[in-house]
Write a protein that binds this ligand. Structure first.
Ligand code: DLL
Length: 436
């Protein structure tokens, strides 16, 4: 297997050299942080008044966590470490509460982020010869512009089409013979349904790879994507607070995502106690950005649940790998007293071949009891067969789900195209239970 690199020296650096860079950059990040109203107060409370107070990497644990609400409270400029005249770009995430969080980038911040994204893209085997159709939304969301500049830096031909308008997306794939897609996994599954619905032969397209991320998806969803579209799909993880995409990315081995440890310090903590867990154990991902000056961020609690692999990767990179995100601490459903992550349901239904490309999870109350309803689209030809076959399929899905989460769901089978489609991040869960 040929392993491509963007910056082989950095990507294969031995641990102690990597930690040396981390320590140097952590001190810089503390220096930038001390220039912001938010961190100068927070760090003073922890007895950190200068970068020199950080003697070793272990001193990071003296720094208090940052949470999303901190960023909201300090909106719009409490996190800014430079003059506005030095800010060359803003991104923002709107969230659900209305008060956005905002991220500022200096010219140098964008330069470093772009370089990191070029590294991610090259790690997947994509190269200057590729035609890159960027189907992530452009705008305040970081997914579009982030990868755009990374792909240009690699030298690919970039099609900045953004999300939506599925028929046009397909036409563009044909016209330019697109080879690499950047897209959410849910939208990519929808693209496949549209190809089927329009009777478009896969062989008329030149697709080769998809970089998929921005939302949770199971290994079985990746497999389904790869089988249906005959491509390789690479998981990509990031969040706006930490720049956006490019925090962790899969390499050609596709065995989970390298966290670029010269740019980010990753910790895994127990979400209840806030204590760091043992290597290899699952917990909440906490990230420190080592390469952003204008809006520094230290020990950010992402709410994403994952673990770090302890084994090295066959590609030779020394940067540790983060597992697939299992869920978020705040997307766990409690149904009839049982804790359920939507990903547990997805993992089960996506491995069933009769299940097509879209599904939804509904939770409501029937009388005093919680009820879980799983709506799945199945292929139209199945509706033409005997009713007993549909009953058997419904029962099969029910049993598969129950074997994982112990709850007996109601299963509804739907025709393709009948459930809502999302052109960016999918909203799969509809919980209509009254709030307590
Ligand atoms: O989603 C940045 C991004 C853009 C990542 C394009 C990858 C590709 P936010 O909108 O701030 O930023 O959302 C961040 O999305 O905390 C996770 O919960 C979720 N998420 C992102 N990537 C993945 C992934 C972008 N590969 C939030 N797997 C994060 C699971 C993901 N969840």
């Amino acid at each position: 297997m040929e392993v491509p690199f963007w910056n082989k020296e950095i990507e294969t650096l031995d641990r102690s050299s990597l930690e040396k860079i981390q320590l140097e950059r952590l001190r810089e990040a503390i220096g930038w942080s001390l220039k912001t109203p938010f961190y100068s107060k927070k760090l003073a409370q922890a007895g950190i008044g200068s970068p020199d107070d950080i003697k070793g990497l272990e001193d990071l644990r003296r720094v208090p966590f940052t949470v999303k609400d901190d960023l909201r409270r300090s909106f719009p400029k409490g996190h800014l470490s430079v003059e506005m005249t030095d800010v060359v770009r803003v991104h923002s995430s709107s969230g659900t509460t209305g008060i956005p969080t905002v991220i500022y980038y200096s010219r140098e911040d964008l330069e470093r982020w772009t370089d990191l994204l070029a590294r991610c893209i090259v790690a997947t085997g994509a190269a200057p010869r590729d035609i890159f159709q960027n189907m992530m939304t452009y705008g305040l969301f970081t997914g579009g512009l982030g990868l755009h500049y990374g792909a240009e830096r690699v030298g690919m031909t970039v099609i900045p089409i953004s999300g939506g308008n599925t028929k046009r997306q397909i036409q563009v794939m044909k016209d330019f013979q697109t080879t690499v897609l950047h897209i959410t996994p849910s939208y990519l599954l929808h693209i496949h349904s549209q190809l089927q619905a329009d009777g478009i032969d896969r062989a008329s397209l030149s697709l080769d790879r998809a970089l998929i991320g921005a939302e949770p998806h199971s290994e079985n969803t990746r497999r389904k994507i790869e089988e249906l579209l005959q491509i390789q799909a690479f998981n990509s993880y990031g969040l706006s607070e930490l720049n956006g995409p490019g925090v962790a990315f899969e390499c050609v081995c596709r065995q989970d995502m390298h966290v670029w440890e010269d740019a980010y310090i990753v910790e895994i903590i127990d979400p209840e106690t806030g204590e760091n867990v043992e290597d290899g154990q699952e917990g909440e991902v906490v990230l420190t950005n080592l390469i952003r000056q204008a809006a520094p961020i230290l020990r950010y609690r992402t709410r994403d649940l994952a673990f770090l692999h302890t084994e090295p990767c066959a590609c030779g990179r020394t940067h540790r790998r983060l597992s697939r995100i299992r869920g978020r601490t705040d997307d766990m459903l409690i149904i009839g007293g049982v804790n359920v992550f939507p990903s547990q349901i997805e993992e089960k239904i996506m491995k069933i071949p009769e299940v097509a490309t879209n599904y939804q999870i509904h939770v409501d109350k029937k009388g005093a009891l919680d009820r879980l309803i799983i709506k799945v689209e199945i292929y139209p030809k199945l509706f033409l067969g005997e009713a007993s076959k549909l009953d058997a399929l419904r029962q099969h899905i029910k049993e598969e789900v129950r074997s994982s989460i112990v709850i007996n769901p109601v299963v509804e089978l739907h025709e393709p195209g009948s459930l809502p489609v999302f052109e960016g991040k999918a909203k799969r869960v509809v919980d209509t239970r009254p709030q307590e």
